[in-house]
Design a protein around this ligand. Structure first.
Ligand SMILES: Cc1ncc(CO)c(N)n1
Ligand SMILES: Cc1ncsc1CCO
Length: 217
C-alpha cells in the first residue's frame, strides 16, 4: 500500500471530525460570524508566512533537485496566498491588522519550523502534507455540499476547491510516496506520526478560531 493511502487511513477519524466542525459547517452555509472568520484570517496570515518558510527549508534540504524546485514553488505559492489575504481579504472582511500569534498558531508554526529544520527531510515533507491535502478535501467537500448562493466566504472556498490547488496536492502526495519508498519501516512510521500530528493541528486551528482562543495571560 502507498504511504499516502496508509497515512490517510490513520487520520480518517480526524478528517471526519473536521468536516463536522461548526467552523466548517458555518463556512459552508455562509453563517460563520464575521469575528470568527477575522480571527481565522489574521492567524492564517501568520500560518502561511511560516508555512512558506518551512517549505523553503524543505526545498533546501530535499535530496533531489526536482523536489527542491517543487518545494521552492510551493513556498512561493504560499507567500502569494498570504499576500492575497493581506491585499484583498483583510479589506473585504474589515480586518485592520493580523493581531498577535495566538496559542494554536504558535504551536502549529513552531511544529512545522522545528520539524523542517531538525527532522529527517522525508518526515518534514510528511508534516506539511496535511496543509495541502486536508484543505483540498475540505474545500471540495464544502464546494459539493453548499446549500445556498451568495456565500460571503465563496472566494475562500474557491481557492482550495479548484483544479489549480488540486495539481499542487497531487504533486506533494507523489513526492511523499516516492521518498517513503526509500525509507525504513521506522522512518515511514515517523513520517506518518508527523502527518497525524499536523492533521490534529489543522483541527485545532479551526476549532481555536471558532472559540476565539486567545492567550489567557
Ligand atoms: C492552517 C492552514 N493550513 C493549511 C492551509 C492551506 O495551505 C492554510 N491556509 N491554513
Ligand atoms: C498548501 C498551500 N496552501 C496555500 S498555498 C499552498 C501551496 C501553494 O504553493
Amino acid at each position: 500500500m502507498k504511504w499516502t493511502d496508509k497515512s490517510w487511513k490513520s487520520i480518517e477519524t480526524i478528517y471526519q471530525k473536521i468536516i463536522e466542525m461548526h467552523f466548517i459547517k458555518e463556512l459552508q452555509n455562509g453563517t460563520l460570524p464575521l469575528e470568527k472568520f477575522q480571527f481565522y484570517m489574521g492567524q492564517d496570515s501568520y500560518y502561511l508566512e511560516n508555512f512558506a518558510r518551512s517549505l523553503a527549508l524543505i526545498g533546501a534540504r530535499a535530496e533531489r533537485i526536482d523536489h527542491s524546485l517543487d518545494f521552492i514553488r510551493f513556498a512561493e505559492g504560499a507567500i502569494v496566498v498570504e499576500k492575497a489575504l493581506h491585499d484583498s481579504y483583510f479589506q473585504e472582511f474589515g480586518l485592520v491588522n493580523r493581531g498577535n500569534i495566538e496559542p494554536t498558531t504558535h504551536h502549529y508554526i513552531n511544529f512545522l519550523k522545528s520539524t523542517s529544520a531538525l527532522d529527517q527531510v522525508e518526515v518534514a515533507m510528511a508534516a506539511v502534507l496535511p496543509c495541502f491535502w486536508i484543505y483540498q478535501e475540505v474545500g471540495d467537500y464544502i464546494y459539493k455540499n453548499q446549500l445556498k448562493e451568495n456565500n460571503p466566504y465563496q472566494k475562500w472556498i474557491d481557492t482550495y476547491a479548484g483544479e489549480e490547488f488540486e495539481t499542487l496536492v497531487i504533486k506533494a502526495k507523489e513526492i511523499c510516496d516516492l521518498v517513503a519508498e526509500n525509507c525504513t519501516e521506522i522512518q515511514q512510521q515517523k513520517m506518518t506520526d508527523a502527518f497525524v500530528a499536523a492533521s490534529k493541528l489543522e483541527f485545532m486551528f479551526w476549532d481555536s478560531a471558532y472559540r476565539l482562543k486567545y492567550w489567557e495571560v
